[in-house]
Write a protein that binds this ligand. Structure first.
Ligand code: IP8
Length: 259
């Protein structure tokens, strides 16, 4: 089974509140179906989550009653996004149901816990794809917290023996600088524990590289000696399908695992 994250930058327009990229999502669902691979999907929140979450500082946890309507609104918005994605999957012939993390799981100091994943395993056994997503989740220490799709990916890859992990984004992979501002930015084709060390030393002088370091580290945590983690551009037609089929595509491949 392959674990896929459909990133918020590809499924929504991150700058415009609640803007769903239906055509892109519909194409990506068809590419998944055409690949014939068994997959599990997590998606990000994009403009259905981050805009209000930032405005009302939801990641700080409970601070004031003014945040409560925003918690309800963000939960409503990300569930609407999720419903549209589940609908696209079902239309593409992939039976899928929603598993809203905020309604099923708890967090403890911003770390999600969902035991041994019994609900998810039970669905997978029946050939139904559970769809999880970035959400606001109740937190024992902070009242509530933002649970990112990336963190859900990490938990799932602790529980399931995925053959591969694929992050679908709107960029070709990880670069040593922002490729939108720097035409000389270099794409990291491969990332391993050594690359991570070299990026960490550069990041002391460069915030942009620091961001790359965090993303790489998160990807590396999901790798093992036998499992690669790939970052691929989902705005390019056919690239996800090729990556699912194990073909060579423009991307960043993290491999090898970290301690
Ligand atoms: O888009 C964030 O999830 P992400 C979830 O995977 C919210 O980082 C509610 C902002």
């Amino acid at each position: 089974m392959i674990l896929i994250k459909l990133g918020g930058s590809v499924i929504t327009d991150k700058k415009e509140y609640r803007t769903f990229n239906r055509d892109v999502v519909s194409r990506l669902c068809s590419e998944i179906k055409e690949s014939g691979k068994e997959v599990m999907i997590v998606h990000g929140a994009g403009s259905f989550g981050h805009i209000l979450a930032k405005k009302f500082e939801l990641n700080s946890g409970f601070r004031s009653d003014e945040q409560i309507p925003a918690v309800a609104q963000v939960c409503y918005d990300v569930r609407e996004l999720n419903a549209m994605i589940v609908n696209e999957l079902n239309s593409a012939g992939i039976p899928a149901i929603s598993i809203p993390p905020g309604s099923c799981f708890m967090m403890d100091d911003r770390r999600i816990s969902f035991g041994d994943g019994e609900i998810i395993k039970s669905l997978v056994d029946k050939g139904i794809m559970p769809i999880l997503f970035g959400d606001v989740v109740q937190d024992r220490k902070h009242g509530f917290a933002i649970c990112s799709g990336d963190q859900i990916m990490e938990r799932l890859s602790d529980i399931f023996d995925f053959e591969k992990v694929i992050f679908v984004s709107d960029i070709d992979g990880l670069f040593d600088d922002d490729p939108k501002n720097n035409p000389d930015a270099r794409l990291y084709e491969y990332v391993d524990a050594d690359t991570l060390e070299s990026v960490r030393s550069e990041s002391s002088v460069d915030d942009v590289t620091g961001g790359v370091y965090e993303k790489m580290k998160s990807m590396m945590r999901m790798t093992s000696p036998h499992r690669e983690c790939i970052l691929v551009n989902g705005t390019v037609a056919g690239r996800l399908r090729s990556a699912l089929n194990g073909e060579k595509v423009i991307c960043t491949i993290a491999r090898g695992g970290i301690q």
